[in-house]
Design a protein around this ligand. Structure first.
Ligand SMILES: [Fe+2]
Ligand SMILES: [Fe+2]
Length: 289
């Protein structure tokens, strides 16, 4: 790949812009929130979300995923206590409008506090709290389209149920006969554990946490951006029966991620002791990134 320009590394003014776009695609049922409440862009050529997906769909190849796994699954970048890692993630600030946007920690705490308020098990609360930690990839210089965006399988035909499917035409895998058939390198209902997903914060955090959290939590972490499956059911031919069972938890998690935003920021200092205890209960003292 030629050297990327600054605009190709960060097409979005902030990562939240992607999340706002997801929210406009999947608004909370029963609420009639005006689109103006979110930074929703129209379909103009200069729409940053559109440009983000153009880059994402062009460059998320099977080869890209294998290369990113070879690099980031070494976990040789940094090591620190979990809480420090959460604070490190929070240095990812929205420079475009620091006043109106919630920082990363606030989104995570609003998600986890909504889960806690509904009386779910503590590992579910912890999952809500850490689910976006993988976004530290941005702080390691990864382009936004290798960190966020709807995730999807690579190594087989891209579904037209994925947002902006037309941009896959520029992906070299679309014309590679190893990868452009319905099953590609996979077999019927082979199970998602055998499927490579596009690279991003979900897959990265899954590998960081896979030895420590219950399987239900790991499904939520690994597939929370896989909208073309959990909302559109586009890949039933790859999921096995166990995946289908576990996706009930992905479905349970998604509304907390999308619909827990509230203008009232959580008070981090008041919540910190509770979350430090949760971290200590399930996770090792430090996290290797
Ligand atoms: Fe996320
Ligand atoms: Fe999130």
């Amino acid at each position: 790949m030629e050297k990327l320009t600054e605009k190709e590394i960060s097409p979005l003014p902030s990562l939240d812009v992607w999340e706002d776009d997801v929210l406009s695609r999947y608004p909370e049922p029963g609420t009639a929130k005006a689109k103006e409440e979110f930074r929703v862009y129209n379909d103009a050529e200069d729409n940053p979300v559109r440009e983000f997906y153009r880059l994402n769909h062009t460059y998320q190849t099977y080869g890209n995923v294998l290369a990113k796994k070879a690099n980031f699954l070494q976990f040789d970048k940094m090591e620190m206590p979990w809480w420090s890692a959460m604070e490190y993630l929070n240095t990812l600030v929205d420079e475009s409008d620091p006043d109106i946007s919630l920082d990363q920690l606030q989104h995570l705490l609003q998600t986890s506090e909504a889960i806690r308020a509904d009386g779910h098990p503590d590992w579910f609360v912890l999952t809500g709290f850490i689910h976006d930690l993988g976004k530290v990839l941005c702080l390691f210089g990864e382009p936004q389209w290798n960190v966020v965006g709807d995730s999807f399988p690579v190594g087989c035909k891209f579904s037209d149920k994925i947002v902006y499917p037309e941009f896959f035409a520029a992906n070299p895998d679309s014309t590679d006969e190893r990868y452009n058939t319905k099953y590609g390198v996979y077999t019927h209902q082979c199970g998602l554990d055998n499927v490579h997903m596009s690279w991003g914060h979900d897959e990265y955090l899954y590998h960081i946490t896979k030895d420590y959290l219950p399987e239900e939590a790991l499904y939520m972490i690994r597939y929370h951006s896989f909208y073309s499956q959990h909302r559109e059911k586009a890949y039933d031919h790859l999921l096995n029966a166990h995946d289908q069972e576990m996706f009930k938890w992905v479905d349970k998690f998604n509304p907390y991620d999308l619909y827990s935003k509230s203008p009232k920021p959580p008070v981090v200092s008041e919540l910190k002791p509770y979350y430090e205890d949760l971290i200590a209960k399930y996770l090792p003292a430090t996290v290797k990134l």
